[in-house]
Design a protein around this ligand. Sequence first.
Ligand code: ZN
Length: 242
Amino acid sequence: MRLLILSDIHANLAAFEAVLADCQGAWDQVWCLGDLVGYGAEPNECIALLREQPHLCLAGNHDWAALGRLDLGAFNSDALDSVVWTREQLTAECRDYLEARPPRLDLDGFTLAHASPRHPIWEYVLDLDTAAENFGHFEAPYCFIGHSHVPLIFLENAKEGALYQPAEFGARFLLDDTRLLINPGSVGQPRDHDPRAAYGLLDTDGLVWEHRRVEYPVQLSQERIRAAGLPERNAYRLAVGW
Ligand code: ZN
């Protein structure tokens, strides 16, 4: 099966549409790793567009926050304002949809977790120690994670615990018998200083993974964020990819 793997759309419809257009015809199913909402101005529209695709989807911390399922003390003020705004906007249908998403799924050969397999809602996997510890928290050879918004690969390593491999966009990465944690990056709010939307394609027959990037009309998303009265920083950061 050919999979479109994406995460952290964050209510950025223009970015999501650009990703779908960029890889049209190249996949059979979407695996979405959560955080459909939060920060951006089109939460209901992004959920509707995802639901038009054959897909699996997890819940992330922003989705849970919008549902009132998280203590908001850990959110900074811009994130908090975005949560409150999103909560008011979500339709009953979209709330029900998000309510039914799990934060982790264990499939045949693959584990999916929004943040990390150990703590699927909250943990950032950005350093070797955290990655090494997380290899003990799933059985499958490969685990896909989102949450940090940074496209990357960690490889399990007997000596070091984990090795880091930066994403190489457009390059084929062969999955062999090395266990992996893979983050496709964020569709709607990249944080690796590259404003392009990030996603990945996985061919489960050939066991080939590819990190990809695509430009989208950032200004359009910024205008919609400003028109909605969301925090200015939500708009500004899209242009710098942070
Ligand atoms: Zn996120």
